[in-house]
Design a protein around this ligand. Structure first.
Ligand code: 6PG
Length: 241
């Protein structure tokens, strides 16, 4: 791997979350000092909820200058408990004083998945002011037991996308229809972070961290001009040598 990679393992999940909250704070303040705003894209799933709650409870984060985007979304109503936006709302944005206009959701209502992906791509191009690749200050990722990350699943043709920023994808398990940022966007981040906790993640973490030839989607996350951070609890790290 060419980029800088950092691995942090914690005995308790809460300690991993506290570490990440502090890292978020540092990255946000540096981004605002350098560029006047902090841009971050969030994943969903079950893992990040408690981290988001801790983030919402942290005093002094610069929410006024923070812009929240989504890494991926399940194609369900935003009121559905399976919605990643619902998770972000319940655990983070309800409790943090973030201006509503700083939240940039993937739309899933009244449009098709293709239209949704196109609309989000347009939103990214508008926000980042050009047609080049957006460069997020921070992209928060999770990892599935099958090695997927964002909504980029093993064997998906979307893994070969080179131009598009946002694609409609299909998962094996419901909710199957998804919208996802593409690898070129993820790999253009200044910092990409994987948060993985629990013993179910142990086998896939071993492959991602110890098999240089892995072709799993999560192993294809290698920010070319950025850094890659892994934050694990003891259980997710239990099979590392
Ligand atoms: C999603 C995701 C996805 C997630 C992993 C891990 O919408 O499902 O954003 O990439 O990060 O599937 O999910 P868990 O945290 O539920 O294990």
């Amino acid at each position: 791997m060419g980029q800088k990679r950092d691995l942090h393992i914690f005995a308790e999940r809460a300690a991993a979350h506290d570490f990440l909250v502090n890292r978020w704070d540092n990255i946000a303040k540096r981004a605002i000092a350098n560029r006047g705003r902090f841009t971050v894209a969030l994943s969903g799933g079950k893992t990040p909820g408690d981290f988001f709650r801790r983030l919402a409870a942290k005093n002094g984060l610069p929410w006024e200058k923070t812009h929240l985007f989504q890494v991926d979304e399940r194609f369900v109503s935003p009121a559905d408990r399976e919605s990643n936006l619902f998770l972000i709302g319940e655990t983070l944005t309800k409790g943090a004083s973030i201006p509503p206009e700083n939240i940039h959701p993937i739309t899933t209502e009244g449009i098709t998945p293709e239209e949704s992906a196109t609309a989000y791509e347009e939103e990214l191009r508008r926000f980042f002011h050009d047609s080049a690749l957006p460069r997020f200050d921070l992209i928060m990722l999770g990892i599935g037991n099958d090695g997927h990350s964002a909504s980029l699943f093993p064997g998906s043709p979307c893994l070969h996308e080179t131009k598009g920023l946002v694609v409609p994808t299909v998962a094996k398990a419901p909710p199957r229809e998804r919208i996802s940022l593409t690898l070129p966007v993820i790999n253009n981040a200044r910092v990409a972070v994987f948060l993985a906790t629990g013993e179910q993640k142990a086998p896939v973490m071993r492959e991602i961290l110890e098999d240089n030839n892995s072709s799993l989607p999560a192993a294809q996350v290698r920010p070319a001009k950025g850094s890659l951070l892994f934050v694990l609890d003891n259980r997710a790290a239990s099979l590392l040598s």
